[in-house]
Design a protein around this ligand. Structure first.
Ligand code: COI
Length: 353
C-alpha cells in the first residue's frame, strides 16, 4: 500500500481540555485528546490513523527499547491574531527527521504522512493551542523500531507517531550553564547531528552532575581537546562578542536547530554580522575579561530564546546582567511577533494548518 493522507479518523468521545489549568502548563506534562499513528511493515507504510490519545502496547522484546532505534522532532504551533492555527517551519523539521532516520538506518517517513498527519491532528485538537504569550502547542513526532526480537540489527517494523502537548516556557528564568570537560556529547562521525533518543539519554548523567553543582545545563565542548564549545543539548548557543554574533558551525556534532537558523536570519536582518565558526573557551574568557562578551543565549524549539546569566568554566565564573541586554530580547520579541501573526512573516516560516 502506498502511504496517503487518507487517514482513518476516530474521534474521542469526550475532551480533557476543560481539566487543563491554562495558567499553569509546564512543558511536556499534558497531552491533547488525539494522537497520530502509522506503522511500517514489509517495506511499506500502512494507512495512518488519528485516534483518541491512549497508551500503546509493545512487546517486552521491542527492538527500540534494547538497541535504541528511536528518533523524534520538536515543532510548535501557534494561533495568529485571527485565531487561526499556524505551525513554525515544519518542513525543516520534516527534513531533519528523515536525516536522523537515515543515520539510524530507519525508513524514511513520507512527506504526506508527516506533514498531513501533523496538520490533520492539529486541526482536530486546535482548541488546545494556548493563547497566552510564550505559550504554544508543542508537536512531538517520533518513530521507533517495533520488531519483537532481541538482536542487534536494523528493525523491519516501525511505528511513527505524533502527539501534541500545550506548553508554557521550557526555561522560565535566565540560566546558569556549566562548561563540560569530562563527558562528551558527540564526536565526528557520530550521531550528534541527529535527534535520536540516545543523545538525550547519554546527557542525563552529566546534566544531573551539573545540576548537583547548581547549574541548569551543560555546555558541551569538542571531544578531542574540550576546547571548542558546541551546544547545550537542549539548545544551540549564540555569543554576542563586540559587534558580532558568533555561533559554532554545523557539522556532524551539532544539531541543526531550526530556531538557531531563524535567529541567525533575524540577527543578520537587524544589520549585525553573524559568524558560524569554531569558538574556543579561551576566546570566550578573553572577551569576557575585556568586557566584550555582551550577551549569551540558547536557541531551541522548546527553549525558544533562553538567556544565560552565568557561565562557569572550571573555577572561572562569568556572570551577566541579562536585564541590560538588547539583542536577545529584541530577537525574541520579533520571533514571537512573527509566530503570533502580529508582524508580517516575510520569511514564509509560518505554515497554515
Ligand atoms: C526541542 O527543542 O524540541 C527538543 O527536543 C529539546 C528538548 C529539550 C525538549
Amino acid at each position: 500500500m502506498i502511504a496517503t493522507a487518507d487517514f482513518k479518523i476516530t474521534k474521542a468521545k469526550t475532551s480533557k481540555l476543560s481539566t487543563l489549568d491554562v495558567n499553569n502548563i509546564p512543558f511536556g506534562k499534558y497531552f491533547t485528546d488525539h494522537m497520530f499513528e502509522a506503522n511500517y511493515e514489509n517495506g511499506e507504510w500502512g494507512t495512518g490513523e488519528i485516534k483518541p490519545y491512549q497508551p500503546i502496547t509493545i512487546d517486552p522484546s521491542c527492538a527500540a527499547i534494547h538497541y535504541g532505534q528511536s528518533i523524534f522532532e520538536g515543532i510548535k504551533a501557534y494561533k495568529n491574531q485571527e485565531g487561526e492555527a499556524y505551525i513554525f517551519r515544519p518542513e525543516d523539521n520534516f527534513k531533519r527527521f528523515n536525516i536522523s532516520a537515515e543515520r539510524m538506518e530507519m525508513p524514511q517517513v513520507p512527506e504526506e504522512v508527516f506533514m498531513e498527519g501533523m496538520k490533520q491532528l492539529i486541526k482536530i485538537d486546535e482548541n488546545w493551542i494556548p493563547n497566552q504569550p510564550d505559550h504554544s502547542l508543542y508537536i512531538r513526532p517520533f518513530m521507533f523500531a517495533t520488531d519483537e526480537v532481541i538482536g542487534v540489527k536494523p528493525g523491519q517494523k516501525y511505528k511513527f507517531m505524533i502527539i501534541l502537548s500545550p506548553t508554557g516556557p521550557y526555561y522560565s528564568a535566565p540560566m546558569r550553564i556549566y562548561v563540560e570537560e569530562k563527558y562528551v556529547r558527540a564526536a565526528p562521525g557520530g550521531v550528534g547531528y541527529t535527534k535520536n533518543a540516545g543523545n538525550y539519554g547519554a546527557s542525563m548523567h552529566p546534566t544531573a552532575e551539573a545540576k548537583r553543582k547548581g547549574y541548569d545545563q551543560v555546555l558541551w565542548t569538542d571531544a578531542f581537546e574540550h576546547k571548542y564549545v558546541q551546544e547545550c543539548g537542549t539548545m544551540n548557543v549564540v555569543f554576542i562578542i563586540g559587534d558580532k554574533a558568533i555561533t559554532p558551525p554545523l557539522g556532524d556534532t551539532i544539531l541543526a536547530g531550526v530556531t538557531r537558523d531563524s535567529v541567525i536570519q533575524l540577527i543578520k536582518d537587524r544589520g549585525m554580522e553573524v559568524e558560524e565558526r569554531p569558538l574556543g573557551i579561551d576566546e570566550i574568557i578573553d572577551a569576557y575579561k575585556k568586557g566584550e562578551l555582551n550577551e549569551l543565549f540558547g536557541t531551541g524549539t522548546a527553549a525558544t530564546i533562553s538567556m544565560i546569566k552565568e557561565l562557569r568554566y572550571q573555577d572561572f565564573v562569568m556572570t551577566f546582567d541579562t536585564e541590560k541586554w538588547k539583542i536577545a530580547p529584541e530577537i525574541a520579541r520579533t520571533m514571537n511577533a512573527i509566530k503570533e501573526g502580529k508582524i508580517e512573516d516575510k520569511y514564509g516560516w509560518m505554515v497554515k494548518v
